[in-house]
Design a protein around this ligand. Structure first.
Ligand code: NDP
Length: 306
């Protein structure tokens, strides 16, 4: 049986390690502060933000959620971000995407002070990542590296293949793997012979957004598989196909009307991989943990203690 890379376990370890750093900052004057801007009413965004706020509260990080209306303008949001940039008690600013369509999202993300950009999306921090300079790293990619390190999976000298080239997952995780001395190939929707390229991987990262697209023919025996995909499958026949008629998954579907599936075929990966992240419970829990870590690191930098 392959090793399951348990994201919940690593998340809990990260949270435990953050606790004394948060206590030290609080003793110095105030806890780290995180502001989340949640514009409009996107149900998925509301769940993500609720989880971020809940984790902040558990850890003793001060958090506040600003909820401008769905009709908010670019100018109004720029003003909100500028106010947060100016506040001493806020160390991290997170603008939850997507923003309402009339808002110029690029301008808003650019307006966040790079020193408070706990998502690591600001071009200054993307530059820091590429140059290997200190700065916040995008949370999901940073969580993936953390997971590999904590499970003792070697990266240096390995062939890594990343499927997906988004700014929030594919590109930054490829860069982090490169900094860890992997030989990295980035694939996307125009990559020919994708399965053959994937079969070269000793570490395969799937960040595509297509349920169970990576099947057994993409996997070489012994590969480590990091499945970033979080796909809601809301068709019973699809659930039956992906999970081979699993009674548990079908019961879950009948109860909730959908189930989560990763980008990697959940049965083929068990057959071929040496280690893999399950969905849910793999990469997902690490994203919020790394957001907390970025907020604490920002507070420490701003307090001049690191
Ligand atoms: P994007 O849609 O921004 O990017 C998807 C990438 O996959 C693109 O580069 C696209 O290629 C590539 N792609 C799409 N179809 C194919 C195909 N048939 N063959 C090869 N490549 C393909 O997605 P994200 O990076 O934002 O997210 C990817 C997945 O990860 C989603 O399921 C998302 O929900 C999940 N996610 C999970 C997180 C977590 O915390 N667990 C955090 C962030 C994301 P091209 O560029 O050519 O279009």
């Amino acid at each position: 049986m392959p090793q399951i890379l348990d994201g919940n376990r690593v998340r809990d370890a990260i949270k435990t390690e953050l606790a004394p750093r948060i206590a030290a900052l609080t003793a110095l004057g105030r806890p780290p502060g995180l502001a989340v801007v949640l514009a409009g009413h996107n149900p998925a965004s509301e769940i993500y933000v609720r989880n971020k706020v809940k984790t902040s509260q558990e850890l003793g990080i001060h958090s506040e959620t600003l909820t401008p209306p769905v009709s908010v303008t670019t100018a109004e949001l720029l003003h909100t971000v500028e106010c947060l940039n100016a506040r001493d008690d806020i160390d991290g600013i997170l603008v939850q995407l997507p923003l309402p369509p009339q808002v110029d999202a690029k301008r808003i993300l650019l307006a966040v002070s790079p020193t408070k950009d706990v998502d690591g999306f600001h071009p200054c921090n993307v530059g820091n990542l590429v140059a290997g300079l200190p700065g916040p790293r995008a949370c999901t990619p940073a969580g993936i590296i953390e997971l590999l390190h904590r499970y003792g999976i070697p990266i240096a000298g390995k062939r890594a293949v990343v499927v997906g080239r988004s700014d929030i997952v594919g590109k930054p995780v490829a860069m982090l793997l490169l900094h860890q001395h992997a030989t990295v190939t980035i694939c996307h929707s125009r990559t020919p012979s994708l399965a053959a390229v994937c079969r070269e991987a000793e570490i395969l990262v799937a960040a595509i957004g297509r349920a169970a697209m990576i099947t057994g023919e993409f996997l070489t025996p012994g590969v480590t598989v990091i499945d970033v995909g979080t796909n809601r499958v809301d068709n019973r026949a699809e659930v039956a196909r992906i999970f081979r008629g699993s009674p548990e998954k079908l019961a879950a579907f009948d109860k909730r009307g959908s189930v989560l599936a990763g980008d990697v075929d959940p049965l083929d990966v068990v057959e071929k991989a040496a280690a893999y992240t399950p969905v849910p419970g793999g990469v997902g829990p690490l994203t919020i943990a790394m957001l907390m870590a970025n907020t604490v690191a920002s507070a420490e930098r701003r307090a001049g203690i690191c």
